[in-house]
Design a protein around this ligand. Sequence first.
Ligand code: AKG
Length: 298
Amino acid sequence: MAKLLRQPIKLALVQLATTSDKAHNLSHARVKVLEAVKQHSANIIVLPECFNSPYGVKYFSKYAETLLPSPPSETQSPSYHALSALARESNAYIIGGSIPERDPETDDLYNTSLTFNPKGELLATHRKVHLFDIDIPGKITFRESEALTAGNKLTLIDLPEFGRIAVAICYDIRFPEMAMIAARSGAFLLLYPGAFNMTTGALHWSLQGRARAMDNQVYVGLCSPARDMNADYNAWGHSMIVDPNAEVLGELDETEGIIAAELTGERIEEVRKGVPVYGQRRFDVYPDVSEGKINIEE
Ligand SMILES: O=C(O)CCC(=O)C(=O)O
């Protein structure tokens, strides 16, 4: 079997303290990403969901940037340009959390993640597929679909020296089919920029991350904004890196910080050898969700 992860990779997650000032968020992200490179020699660095804006339905339109025509101009998309420059400067892959995006042709808004390679070239965009619409009486009501349109594809990204990763955003993690398809398509790492909240964060954030890792025997990274109790939305924080055996390699508290870990192909092989579910699935009894018609961008 070809190696899923061709050489060890150093993953860093930046749990950024975000504000309502986009220019500040971009320059602060640069400082923290460079710190991740300097302190941890990270090859791949992840930023949180909505790292350039506050998180909330009323903010998406105000902060939205257009990505077309591609490449967008600096005034149309300062975040695109900042992330591209940062990838070059840090000589690392940057998973740019997510930003509110406006499609100039339809005027539709999306929650979109941009991934750049170390040359500063855009490798992939992921538009959040499952919008965060929930209603837990007395706790939290959120209707992302009031402002946003859902994306319609899964995103797999090939990092030539390392292997394949998958990027999805926050609520997407609750739909394990996406993770299964990515893992069965050869991904060694599932990355979720996300901003869970004080209700579902406590109960489900870590559980979701560890479950996706355990079911698929891959690495998982969850990257949240730091918690700001003065903001409209109080993010859970607790960014974490989970190994293919569902062991937590590193977890932050709710404050700003960076965590990093080295990921290896040997660990994935070891876990899969010990509990060999990969060869034991019964597709004669139930269907393989990774087969059939799937909208996927590779
Ligand atoms: O699934 C959850 O509980 C939280 C999801 C979320 O905050 C999001 O999609 O932004």
